[in-house]
Design a protein around this ligand. Structure first.
Ligand code: AMP
Length: 456
């Protein structure tokens, strides 16, 4: 078995890794650390939960500490991250891994007063972790100079594009020096990301940790079919019966998250919501309470939960099934982290059966059904041959002929995402290639369709 030492890491980093309790490198670490130490660019297809932060932070720290330039510190490593939470967590990892090194790092993001960030920048930094908006803002104000950056890390690149950051990324790239080492990590590799990667990576080594490997065996997945109106009662029952002390509940909308928190409260369950409309203070408080155990249930939307790095999450509830299959993998990856086990419940009502079909195609297997609850509803079970995607509401007003035809060609998705032939072509695949293709399609769909609010 490979250990961290054989990857070529230096003593101070080995000590830090040991203090974190890591004994064996994860696959992404095993594959990415040696080429990064050798100075290569790396393109990593890996998502949060795979240990990718250490995969890039450890070699970057090691190379940086080999030769520390004399004089005032300047930004030598720039890590771009799409959300505040993720950026803060990356910075937190830099703290842990640089424990025995003379490295100064700082995270900056929007939604908070910039003055403390500016003061830290003025003192001089080696590593800057940033969300794109605040980074460009402070560059424009003359507080940040990225012209001497030696390492550029673009993390969660697919999410960056979903969130509309592509122009900001291009602006940042123009300001960076030509000679630098580049790292790009993305959970999926749609053509938009492949193009972006091609535009700035040089002869990169590709490290591919596919979703199948990420949908770890340690997660006990269950699907429960029920009516929408029964979801809340089932959730309360499970939380109480299983005495859930650290669980995340995913809803599709911010409003739904707020409402559910109130309803859980009425049932005597302490919960907090985390989503893009919450102030930074409220999000930080919710996460802190969740981490210290005073808030057992976090109700989250996908975007805000991205990268929530809490090791002890025992339960993930897909209260609303995600309409993007990849989100399912991200969500359930919040549990069973750092070698632990976890359980992921999916609540599927009759409007969501097509989403379940899409999820099962992506992960390449059927999720076991738990029908042993009082709300079991056979009307929510996918029909034989059902296509992935949105289920048409039989009560919805009839659409024009032209739209009906397009929807038929597009493999059943009646919304704007239905893009005809490519989707139909891949519908039946369960293998790796088809899974990756699904990722591609989803990437395209996201960029065009579900443009999300920017998070910084
Ligand atoms: P990441 O994918 O970087 O968000 O990491 C996910 C979680 O795995 C974090 O809580 C890390 O502290 C933890 N982790 C990273 N590498 C290892 C490892 N080699 N062994 C055990 N846990 C790890």
């Amino acid at each position: 078995m490979t250990d961290f030492e054989s990857l070529g890491l230096s003593k101070p980093l080995l000590r830090a890794v040991e203090a974190e309790g890591y004994t064996t490198p994860t696959p992404v670490q095993e594959q990415a650390i040696p080429p990064l130490l050798a100075g290569r660019d790396v393109l990593g297809v890996a998502q949060t939960g795979t240990g990718k932060t250490a995969a890039f932070a450890l070699p970057v720290l090691q190379i940086m500490s080999r030769n520390r330039p004399q004089g005032k510190r300047y930004i030598r490593a720039l890590v771009l991250s799409p959300t505040r939470e993720l950026a803060a967590q990356i910075d937190d990892r830099f703290s842990a891994y640089s424990e025995h090194l003379d490295i100064r790092h700082k995270v900056i993001f929007g939604g908070v007063n910039q003055n403390p960030q500016v003061r830290a920048l003025q003192k001089g930094l080696d590593v800057l972790v940033a969300t794109p908006g605040r980074l460009l803002d402070l560059i424009n104000q003359g507080h940040i100079d990225i012209t001497n950056v030696e390492f550029f890390v673009l993390d969660e690149a697919d999410r960056m594009l979903d969130m509309g950051f592509i122009h900001d990324i291009k602006k940042v790239l123009k300001l960076l020096p030509n000679k630098r080492q580049n790292l790009l990590f993305s959970a999926t590799m749609p053509s938009s990301i492949a193009n972006l990667a091609g535009s700035f990576l040089n002869n990169a080594i590709k490290v591919d940790i596919t979703p199948e490997e990420v949908t770890v065996d340690r997660i006990d997945q269950k699907i429960m079919f029920l009516r929408k109106a029964d979801k809340r009662r089932l959730l309360v029952k499970i939380i109480k019966n299983e005495r859930v002390e650290c669980g995340i509940v995913f809803t599709r909308t911010k409003h739904g998250a707020n409402r559910l928190v109130k309803q859980l409260d009425q049932s005597g369950i302490a919960a907090a919501a985390i989503h893009g409309n919450k102030s930074q203070g409220a999000r930080t408080r919710a996460l802190a309470g969740f981490k210290d155990g005073s808030i057992p249930i976090l109700v989250a939307t996908d975007i805000a939960s991205r990268g929530i790095d809490v090791d002890g999450v025992t339960h993930v509830f897909n209260y609303d099934l995600p309409n993007e299959p990849e989100s399912y993998v991200h969500r359930i990856g919040r549990t069973a982290r750092a070698g632990r086990t976890g359980i992921a419940y999916g609540f599927c009502d009759d409007s969501e059966s097509g989403y379940l079909v899409g999820i099962q195609q992506l992960i390449g297997k059927e999720i076991p059904v738990d029908a042993s609850h009082e709300f079991h509803f056979i009307g929510a079970i996918p029909k034989p041959g059902q296509k992935p995607g949105k289920v048409k509401d039989p009560n919805a007003p009839k659409k024009k002929q032209r739209n009906r035809n397009r929807s038929k060609q597009g493999g059943g998705r009646s919304n704007r995402g239905g893009q005809g032939a490519p989707r139909g072509k891949n519908n039946g695949g369960n293998n790796k290639r088809s899974n990756r293709n699904r990722g591609n399609r989803s990437g395209k769909r996201n960029t065009n369709q579900n443009r999300r609010p920017r998070d910084d």
